[in-house]
Design a protein around this ligand. Structure first.
Ligand code: GRF
Length: 224
């Protein structure tokens, strides 16, 4: 069953410090590394209690292991039904009792069970300025469209693909040279903005809590 928000207005109080984060990854994990580095400072207010993945042998899992963070892997192909994969991912993630779940380059659509269990507390980062260019090829699609600026979006996850309420966005200029390498250099520039944006957004939600009002994500405790 698909997830649908249970209320137009949801409040999430700031958890006890440090907030517990579970990070889900599928690849190189440079966004994960930025979070690991940020969590080393007690003032950041969060700690990564586990890193989950949908595949083995990725640098993201190595980064977690090197930092002494527990890891787990659930591969879709190991389950007869997608709903069973969803149940396994939900169960293992829930066992770490996260306050927030961060999908940082996690290349699978989360299931309805996962969405319901962590409603309003799943943060994703996407390498384009949503609502433009959602999906797995945000950088390539923006380049192909001929945009002059693109960027990255940190947002709450809902049951659509990259459609949830926006928390923060960063802008990156596209140059003529970007069309020559298919977007690799552009993606690297986006990721350098994205890491800072993600670290700032996650830290803010961890320290202050948050409120979801329809499409807006607001601090629960207003800035003084
Ligand atoms: C990021 O650009 C993320 O937005 C996209 O994949 C990239 C992951 O990079 N979905 P990394 O694994 O964090 O280095």
């Amino acid at each position: 069953m698909a997830y649908a928000p249970t209320a137009p207005h949801l409040d999430f109080a700031a958890p006890p410090s440090p907030a517990r984060l579970v990070v889900l990854v599928s690849g190189s994990g440079t966004n994960l590394q930025a979070l690991i580095d940020a969590c080393a400072d007690p003032a950041y207010g969060a700690t990564i209690v586990a890193v989950g993945a949908d595949r083995d042998g990725i640098a993201g899992l190595e980064r977690a292991a090197k930092a002494g963070i527990p890891t787990y892997v659930h591969r879709v192909k190991d389950f007869p039904e997608r709903t069973e994969w969803d149940a396994a991912l939900t169960g293992t993630t829930a066992a770490y009792a996260p306050d927030l779940v961060v999908t940082a380059g996690f290349m699978k659509i989360l299931g309805g069970g996962f969405m319901r269990r962590f409603e309003g507390r799943i943060i994703n980062t996407h390498p384009a300025l949503l609502p433009s260019f959602p999906g797995a090829h945000g950088v390539r699609d923006a380049l192909a469209y001929g945009v002059k600026v693109t960027g990255c979006t940190v947002h709450l996850v809902d049951d659509g693909v990259d459609t949830g309420p926006i928390i923060a966005q960063g802008v990156v200029e596209v140059t003529d040279a970007d069309h020559e390498d298919g977007g690799d250099a552009l993606h690297e520039r986006i990721k350098s903005v994205e890491r800072t944006l993600l670290v700032d957004a996650v830290g803010r939600l961890a320290r202050e809590g948050h409120s979801v009002h329809g499409r807006r994500v607001l601090p629960l405790t207003p800035h003084q």
